[in-house]
Write a protein that binds this ligand. Sequence first.
Ligand SMILES: Cc1cc2nc3c(=O)[nH]c(=O)nc-3n(C[C@H](O)[C@H](O)[C@H](O)COP(=O)(O)OP(=O)(O)OC[C@H]3O[C@@H](n4cnc5c(N)ncnc54)[C@H](O)[C@@H]3O)c2cc1C
Length: 458
Amino acid sequence: MRSTRSVIVIGGGISGLAAAWQLRGRADVTVLESEARIGGKLRTGTLAGVPVDEGAESVMALRPEAVDLATAVGLGPALTDPAPAPVTVWTRGALRAMPAGHMLGIPSDPAALAGTGLLSDEGLARLRDEPERPAGPITEDVAISDYLIGRIGREAVDRLVEPLLGGVYAGRTDRLSLRSAMPGVARVAERGEPLLAALRGRPRPRGSLVRGIAGGTGRLPLAVAAESGARVLTGTTVRAVERTASGGWRVQAATADGPLLLGADAVILAVPAFAAATLLRPLAPDAHIGLSAIPYASTAVVTMAFARERSGLAGLPTGNGFLVPPVDGHTVKAATFLSNKWDWQAKAAPGHFLLRASVGRAGEEHLLERTDRHLVRAALHDLHHAVGAIGEPVAARVTRWDRGLPQYTVGHAERTARIREDLARLSGLAVCGAAYEGVGIAACVATGLAAALRVSEG
Ligand SMILES: Cc1cc2nc3c(=O)[nH]c(=O)nc-3n(C[C@H](O)[C@H](O)[C@H](O)COP(=O)(O)OP(=O)(O)OC[C@H]3O[C@@H](n4cnc5c(N)ncnc54)[C@H](O)[C@@H]3O)c2cc1C
């Protein structure tokens, strides 16, 4: 490292901690986190006496950053594959398995959908038409539905793609950017090629797409923080970031014990876009505008434990869970059968069956106005209809993620490019996190590592 001897990382989620870890041994790093605990959206709590993930529950295995980081901080032996199971959609009155080979719900082979009941005969016929439809190249970013409805038809978008995007982004196809939320599909669209043939031609990933961490993904931020050697101050909310006359940085924070003033050679903002927008307002007006324009979706995770031996329990669900298209009008958008999906989870709670249901996509904030008790009842109601009577839980917890997932709406890539351009003027300052180049943990880790390199290079 040239002259950066001290770095303040604002935000103790996985992005900020990855940045701190990357700087280990090369700078004196202080992580400031407003909550009482580090980890952000990676949080493992306990329910019925066993660990359960209340936020993220797996990391992407198709790209290496999260798996590599977990391995580097000693969690390699804890990495674990989910039980093999098809993506299942609760739609048209039943649980229906999606044939393999789809990309975020876009099927590569319409023939494989026959007999699944996922689409009506008309919807299937419309999908089969895709190769015959003219495919002029698109030249600018559009909403996913604006492109996809023209290619595969509304029904396929509503019943196959919406549930996947609701699961990953808590987003909707009429708002999310084709370029940023489906870059692989956008490349086909920009070349003006028929879509399904292009998807069929791409290499199929081998093995599991995601991996879990035995004991909970909440172990990852704790291990990264420990291995980083950084000083971590929780309960410390940053209120202002200022340039000093000597070209360094001054950070003002609020703590339970009163205000805190810290100085450093460099600062990394690893906070959600709305928090970064506030802190950057006096320093970078264009970045402030761009960050303020990134909307967020709120979600709630309802985790429940059922006693396996409880009398009256009709049966336990099979498979790893299901996704729900908004067009069917149910409250839950997804359910994960944790005890089926993760071997470690089943072993940790042999007497219990653990599952979680998620509620809330972009535009569904009204669903989250209910009390916790009502959310549990609504989730149980949907589960009973989807999988049959599963009885009453012996324990339930609602975890709310207010403004938890950034929405990559149309124009997101240009917006982030402008933010980064404005910030490039400010040496010794970098941003990272879910707001920029991917909401998944692996993408967040990548931005954290890149931010650390940027401030090290001056
Ligand atoms: C319910 C849910 C489930 C998910 N599931 C998955 C999954 O299975 N797999 C996957 O890959 N991704 C998943 N994601 C997405 C992924 O978990 C997040 O995008 C990622 O963890 C975000 O990390 P981050 O460090 O960028 O932000 P955050 O985790 O939001 O961390 C930012 C931190 O900054 C702190 N902060 C904010 N303002 C200030 C301030 N002024 N001063 C100090 N600190 C501040 C916050 O308290 C927070 O701890 C999920 C997200 C949610 C909400």
